[in-house]
Design a protein around this ligand. Structure first.
Ligand SMILES: C[S@@+](CC[C@H](N)C(=O)[O-])C[C@H]1O[C@@H](n2cnc3c(N)ncnc32)[C@H](O)[C@@H]1O
Length: 247
């Protein structure tokens, strides 16, 4: 089943129309960076906005934002437009963002890379259209690549009741690979910050691990003069092996 069909299933639409519209719905780790990267007049792109909950959450933190939500599921966007006519919601894919380089102060993308294995294609596109921040989340495990157990893994969407409506990838990435990849983005990031914790894997996931580290990543874009990235990732309960080229 393709990605947009999976996320158009009635239980997914219903879940995201009922949940994640209020700041109190967020995980504690999701509340750390978001209020710090919003400011009056901030131009925000929210990739994978579903039915627009993050518009409401962000404006509760900073009312004067200039928000665009993007998703690949038209029925979710219709719910968003009906509920929040004051915001802009558009059908577009994060792999081909229809905006110029540096258009947004904040590119926000949560709970998308958790089901999308191609982070090395999606993240550079998000970084391209940002002029300041990219805020996203990923599941990480140390030494995953070497474990011989790196997937692919899958997740059965059954938000309400027991019937399985769709299957999407359940993506866990190798922690060192991700951090070194982010440090190698061009132009070199000015800062990479992270927070998160180990969390029990959802029973809807088919994966041979009981816990994964849920990481919130804040990438602050650098410019051609940036020669060193400020690394503030010690809040994550993982010991990273950073390529000496970045230290
Ligand atoms: C799990 S929901 C997350 C909704 C919201 N961001 C949140 O954190 O509550 C994932 C959403 O991302 C959308 N999505 C998945 N891949 C996408 C892509 N490449 N571009 C834009 N939206 C995408 C899906 O259609 C779905 O609505």
């Amino acid at each position: 089943m393709d990605r947009s069909k999976a996320w158009s299933q009635p239980s997914a639409l219903e879940f995201y129309s009922k949940h994640r519209h209020e700041a109190s719905d967020l995980y504690p780790s999701e509340q750390v960076f978001l209020p710090r990267v919003l400011f009056p007049g901030a131009k925000v792109l929210d990739i994978g906005c579903a039915s627009g909950g993050f518009f409401n959450i962000m404006r509760s933190m900073e009312p004067a934002i200039d928000y665009v939500g993007m998703d690949i599921v038209e029925p979710a966007l219709e719910l968003a437009r009906n509920r929040y006519p004051e915001a802009r919601f558009m059908l577009a894919d994060g792999f081909e963002i229809p905006f110029d380089d540096g258009t947004f102060d904040l590119v926000h993308c949560t709970s998308v890379l958790n089901n999308e294995p191609r982070y090395q294609e999606l993240l550079p596109e998000m970084y391209r259209v940002s002029n300041r921040f990219v805020l996203t989340d990923m599941r990480l495990l140390k030494d995953l690549a070497a474990s011989g157990n790196s997937g692919p893994f899958y997740y059965d969407i059954k938000f309400e009741g027991d019937s399985q409506e769709a299957t999407v990838p359940y993506v866990v990435n190798d922690a060192d690979e991700v951090v070194n990849y982010l440090l190698g983005l061009e132009p070199r990031p000015q800062a990479l910050r992270a927070t998160g914790y180990f969390h029990t894997v959802s029973p809807m996931a088919r994966i041979p691990f009981s816990e994964v580290c849920m990481a919130i990543l804040l990438i602050q874009k650098g410019n051609s003069a940036t020669d060193k990235t400020l690394l503030d990732i010690q809040d994550l309960p993982l010991n990273f092996a950073i390529d000496p080229a970045f230290t």
